[in-house]
Design a protein around this ligand. Structure first.
Ligand code: NOJ
Length: 561
């Protein structure tokens, strides 16, 4: 470990901020319980590094750029950053195709820049989470170059090789998530290899113990440098059916759905043995104490999702909950989802909520900017750890990308059907100038056309902006035990209203969300005082009886007594 890295860790160990008060040994998270860990109380912010801040004028964001903006994140009030992949990569899938797990891609900087980032983040009381991509490597990774060099190469079994099927074609009907067969013919060695994503992203064979050990050493490499945890890419993909059976057809598939959804991935994903792998990853984190966080990216129905907490909570601390991303924006529907999720959590399993990420249209694009304010209140007041997607805090919306500027391989392979992910990955708008304060060069994706209105600089000083709303909510969360670790209880509401309480013995907060554009009334469960309204009205007022909300309004109120 270099000097800087040692400094990063020692700073981490000696940080005197409120997060450190509870480094409990193997403390299982208890809902509403006394002892909590930093990631239960904290808020995570996802940085898509290509689009956060460019420091060298090449039009692509980088690590020094992130360091330059840490004060903004501290000012905003977030507790941890998760940075999408920054490792060496040919960028076929913008970093989700890694050719060296132990190095930083030169487009993003150097290992020294990374160590500096860790120090500077930790100095500000912020944790740093990396994006681990263990399911597949780049086809330029030395392991794959070895593996494909001959059938008897010792690394052959690091990947998934199969002979052709009986008809001479691919071994089975598994589909790539980016369109087409998931099998690529390798002329030289006369076998197919499996790739759940691009052919430039061959899947590793996680049934091979050598692969596991190599990857666990990668985890240790970064943990030794001082990182605070990982978001694990496509965790549910890691193990595939040992017999490689065909996936069954999806009876619900219709035109307009991504092509790979023609079959149900029951054999290519979510196999029982995956839980052993996840608990092994967790054990590696625990070699470093009890405060490193393991998050899993998992798109599965509820019952299957919560299995990733693992037996006796020995799996992921936070299997990402994408219900709000996938939800129909309807009060009763979301209420049902919240209750079902709460009910499905294993005892001691800590909830989490995500509104957006680099793979899905932004919340403002999905529900509109007015409703996105309501969604922000929901995200930051539901029980569990929230993850904010960069730019949502200034109400960024999807940017339409002209065909000649498309970058995303999904859009390039399956064009014109709305699957492209560039629209939600455009540069963060720091100011109202043409290049948004993001770069001095030519930005890799276009800047949003509404940059003059929606940017950090303009919104910072506007009391009615989305940024002010996020900052206020984050400040309220930080000082309220009810909001961070309190219980959740539904309050009866009808029509477009969704209402709930967050409560501890000392504090009861009422959240009322109007998911529709028309005014609506809630019969209050008792007298209360309004603490925050997205419409900016009635704050500090005491009310009893009925609370009238404007269309698209959200209110946070403190219950009396
Ligand atoms: C999930 C990531 O979030 C996505 O961006 C990526 O394309 C795939 N995994 C493949 O790594």
């Amino acid at each position: 470990m270099g000097e800087l890295a040692l400094a990063a860790r020692s700073l981490d160990d000696n940080r005197s901020n409120p997060m450190d008060e509870s480094r409990q040994a193997h403390q299982a998270p208890k809902p509403g319980g006394e002892k909590t860990v930093w990631w239960q109380r904290g808020v995570i912010y996802q940085i898509y590094p290509r689009s956060f801040q460019d420091s060298n004028g090449d039009g692509v964001g980088d690590l020094r750029g992130i360091v330059d903006r840490l004060d903004y994140l501290a000012w905003l009030g977030i507790d941890a950053i998760w940075i999408s992949p920054i490792f060496s990569s040919p960028m076929a899938d913008f970093g989700y195709d890694i050719s060296d797990y132990r190095n930083i891609d030169p487009r993003f900087g150097t290992l020294e820049d990374f160590d500096r980032l860790l120090i500077e983040a930790h100095r500000r009381g912020m944790r740093v989470l990396l994006d681990l991509v263990p399911n597949h490597t780049s086809d330029r990774h030395p392991w794959f170059l070895e593996a494909r060099s001959s059938r008897d190469n010792p690394m052959r079994d690091f990947y998934i090789w199969r002979d052709p099927g009986p008809d001479g074609g691919p071994p089975n009907n598994w589909q790539s998530e980016f369109g087409g067969d998931a099998w690529e013919w390798d002329e030289r060695t006369g076998q197919y290899y499996y790739h759940a994503f691009l052919k430039e992203q061959p899947d590793l064979n996680w049934r091979n113990p050598r692969v596991r050990n190599e990857m666990y050493d990668v985890l240790r490499f970064w943990l030794n440098r001082g990182v605070d945890g990982f978001r694990v890419d496509v965790m549910w993909h890691l193990i595939k059916d040992a017999e490689f059976r065909d996936n069954p057809p999806n009876p619900d598939w219709t035109d307009g759905m991504p092509p790979h959804k023609r079959v149900l991935p029951i054999y290519s994903c979510d196999q029982p043995e995956v839980h052993e792998v996840v608990s092994e990853m967790r054990a590696v984190l625990e070699e470093y104490g009890d405060d490193r966080l393991l998050i899993g990216e998992i798109y599965l129905p509820l019952a299957r999702l919560v299995a990733y907490y693992g037996r006796d909570l020995r799996g992921a601390h936070l299997p990402f909950n994408f219900h709000l991303i996938q939800a129909q924006w309807d009060a009763r529907h979301i209420e049902r989802q919240i209750l079902e999720y709460e009910a499905a959590l294993p005892e001691g399993g800590w909830p989490n909520w995500v509104l957006g990420n680099h793979d899905k249209p932004r919340i403002a694009a999905r529900v509109g900017r007015e409703q996105a304010r309501v969604a922000a209140v929901m995200l930051l007041t539901l029980r569990g750890t929230p993850t904010i997607y960069y730019g949502d805090e200034i109400a960024m919306t999807d940017v339409s990308i002209p065909p000649e500027q498309v970058q995303d391989p999904f859009e390039l392979r399956v064009p014109g059907q709305g699957f492209g992910r560039d629209p939600q990955r455009t540069p963060l708008q720091w100011d109202g100038s043409a290049k948004a304060g993001f770069t001095t060069g030519s930005p890799w994706l276009p800047i949003a056309p509404d940059v003059a209105e929606y940017n950090v600089e303009a919104e910072r000083s506007d009391p009615s902006s989305m940024l002010t709303l996020y900052r206020r909510l984050l400040a309220l969360r930080r000082k309220s035990k009810a909001l961070t670790i309190g219980r959740y209880a539904t309050v009866e509401a009808a029509g477009s209203l969704l209402a709930y309480l967050r409560e501890t013995e000392e504090e009861r907060l009422l959240v009322v969300l109007n998911l529709g554009p028309e005014p609506a009334d809630l019969v209050l469960p008792g007298p209360c005082r309004i603490v925050l309204s997205t419409a900016g009205e009635g704050e500090e007022e005491r009310i009893e009886g009925t609370l009238r909300l404007k269309g698209n309004e959200a209110v946070l109120a403190e219950m009396a007594g």
